[in-house]
Design a protein around this ligand. Sequence first.
Ligand code: PEP
Ligand code: MN
Length: 407
Amino acid sequence: MQPPGTIGQSSQLGTLAAAPAAHQPEWQDRPAYREACRALSSAPPLVTATEVRQLREALARLVTGDALVLQLGDCAESFHECTPRHTARKLDVINRLGNRLTELTGRGVIRIGRMGGQFAKPRSQAIERHAGLSMPPFRGHMINSEVATPAARAADPQRMVRAYEAGDRVQRLMRTYRQATGPAAVAAGPWSSHEALVIDYESRLVRRDPDTDDRYLGSAHLPWIGERTRQPAGGHVALLASVVNPVGCKIGPAADPEDVVRMCEVLDPAREPGRLVLIPRMGRDLVQEALPPIVRAVTHAGHPVIWLSDPMHGNTVRSLTGQKTRHLTDVVTEALRFRDVVEEHGQYAAGLHIEVAADDVTECIGGSVTDDDLRRHYTSLCDPRLNAEQATELLEAWVKGTVTCRS
Ligand code: PEP
Ligand code: MN
């Protein structure tokens, strides 16, 4: 068994040197750990190698600028919302927003859900206090429960198996949906994606493409690396460097351009279109300063990356009543500034990565939601999501190029 938090020289990962990975649960001593890892290692992949190749090819064509990407979904998926009914509603929102973007631009839209495995969250605080008790924070249903008791917050490796099963239910319906919409829609998706955070889970779902013998990650079509785990010599980058899926990486405002280039070199040494999706999430006030040196450095290094804006994670604030929220005007402003910077450097701003709920939630301020409305329907397990109406305003502003939304 490999040591905790490292990518060891396991049979599945060949000769990769052990690389440290941040934000890993400490659960290797729990009785269920070995059995959970064994179950994952022998389980069928959740996505097929053919599907992974189809998405990579669709993304490779996108570099020429004739289509857009829309990646969206919950901040954290819930195990309890992986039923066919919930999944169908999420797919419906993704498709409605994708269709709206096509209607507005006349371009095809590759749709990617934060779905079918978005069950693990990196957290900034190691400890929280509730009712006088200290406990770990909620870290996603793959690791613990959102219920605020020390017992419910203990990391439980058995949850990896439940994550696989819940992901399987979602991925099956996504597949049916792709197939039902016919061959022309295959490139459009919807494809699955999540942050590949828990190395114990992801490393055991690496499989071989039966046609090419290439290694691919069988947990999602498009895994991404979070802002907190994108160290070029770290375990997350090493794991995704070892598979052929298209991979994403979030980039925050403190990123060193040279570090980003080092990370690109590890993930995309052959400089292949369709391999790497960079997702800056800088914040409205920092994007104009922080993004240009990164776009310049990556372009200069010759990586044909896909640039997507995550205009949400750099714009999280507390509302007057103390809730975590985001203002739609900040989100729109960052997205438009992102596009200006990318285009000023002669690159293609390919689309958006956003947190959107299938329900009519009141988690972000803007459109018809004011500060006073936030408590009305705030159900996110983690970060505040746009509702479909707010997301539509964002798409319309993205196409018009102006901030027009009410806030
Ligand atoms: C997220 O996408 O929910 C997230 C944690 O993002 P980031 O890594 O950009 O902070
Ligand atoms: Mn989030």
